[in-house]
Design a binder for this molecule. Structure first.
Ligand code: TXA
Ligand code: MG
Length: 320
């Protein structure tokens, strides 16, 4: 293991002292705390304004560390071996090492090994599993740069490690692997890739099923998520863009935009879903800050990373 840099060492010391750290990952930035320290984990919920019934993901440096907090099945071992480090969170039976606050009292815990050198170095230097939700205020747009983290959570963190813009740009895929694999949240690892690895179909949970699996007290409560401050509506497929002063447009490829529209973000002119995911949240933030009174967004094709992008757009529009 290489020597941790001074910055990593300081961040690791802060974590061991129960403080919070802004941690870059390949998906989005996380707000990290020692997953074994109840008070530190409670500080995450307080800093985000996050309801205590929404469980946190535990980040580990490798599969061996994951199996100190969760019990793997054969399928989980296989996925961990093939997909980690990477944008896959496995929901597995928890071990008693993990405090109730992390899992919101569920008997399962979400674990993932992030594919980012700074995150891995931090977890190793701290010598701890790290609970980390996305480092945004609850319900707001997830951060894909260190500056985004500081904008919303500067007061809550001891340090923000700057790993540059996140490579993938949307959160990890949350998968319940057993008894049959089902995606609870589409994200950075595609359903197609999971099916190829497992050699079996992988289902995608609808909202209600997902809320039921989490035993949420109020299904639908979390429908508004990843939301800008100004209202966002989703343009129907085949519909024309609405026109009007003060509208901001979040476009897939730049097709059919109203003449003279000034506040425009194009996710990928060449129709590349990887590029679209990487730029999605930053584009939403720019339009949010553009002075527009409302935002109109367009769905992308519902395949590969498009599943995760469309999920974020629907939630941002309050549609769940
Ligand atoms: O890419 C990511 O996953 C980022 C980075 C920081 O790793 N983290 C992230 O965390 O997106 P958060 O807290 O914003 O989203 C975690 C999601 C939530 O939808 C939560 O309900 C779900 O994972 N989750 C966590 N533990 C779960 C469990 N035991 N059962 C079902 N869902 C769970
Ligand atoms: Mg989040």
């Amino acid at each position: 293991m290489p020597e941790p840099t001074l910055e990593i060492a300081a961040a690791a010391a802060a974590l061991r002292a129960g403080r919070l750290v802004g941690m870059p990952t390949e998906t989005v930035y996380g707000l990290a705390a020692n997953a074994l320290d109840v008070r530190a984990v409670l500080a995450i919920f307080a800093a985000k304004g996050r309801p205590s019934f929404d469980p946190l993901i535990v980040h580990v440096a490798d599969a061996a560390q994951a199996w100190t907090v969760a019990r793997p099945s054969a399928r989980a071992r296989r996925l961990a071996q093939q997909c980690w480090p990477g944008p896959l969170t496995l929901v597995l039976p928890r071990l008693p090492t993990i405090p109730d606050v992390v899992t919101s009292g569920l008997e399962t815990v979400g674990v993932r090994c992030p594919d980012h050198p700074l995150a891995l170095a931090l977890i190793r230097a701290a010598g701890l599993p790290l609970a980390a939700p996305s480092a945004n205020r609850f319900g707001r747009i997830s951060p894909t740069t260190a500056a985004h983290v500081r904008e919303q959570l500067a007061d809550a963190v001891a340090v923000v490690l700057d790993g540059g813009p996140c490579r993938i740009g949307i959160e990890s895929t949350v998968l319940l692997p057993d008894p049959a694999p089902i995606i609870l949240r589409p994200g950075g690892l595609t359903r197609e890739a999971l099916e190829a690895i497992l050699g079996e179909p992988v289902a995608v949970a609808d909202r209600m099923a997902r809320d039921a699996s989490l035993a949420m007290p109020a299904p639908g409560l979390l429908a508004s998520h990843y939301a800008p401050v100004i209202p966002l509506t989703l343009k129907g497929a085949g519909q024309a863009w609405p026109e009007g002063d003060g509208l901001a447009y979040l476009s897939w490829r730049g097709h059919g935009l109203p003449a003279g529209a000034t506040r425009v973000e194009i996710l990928s002119q060449r129709g590349d879903l990887t590029e679209a995911a990487a730029g999605l949240f930053a584009a939403m933030r720019r339009l949010d800050a553009s002075g527009a009174r409302a935002m109109v967004a367009e769905s992308v094709p519902d395949v590969a990373l498009g599943l995760g992008i469309n999920d974020r757009l629907r939630r941002a529009a309050g549609l769940g």
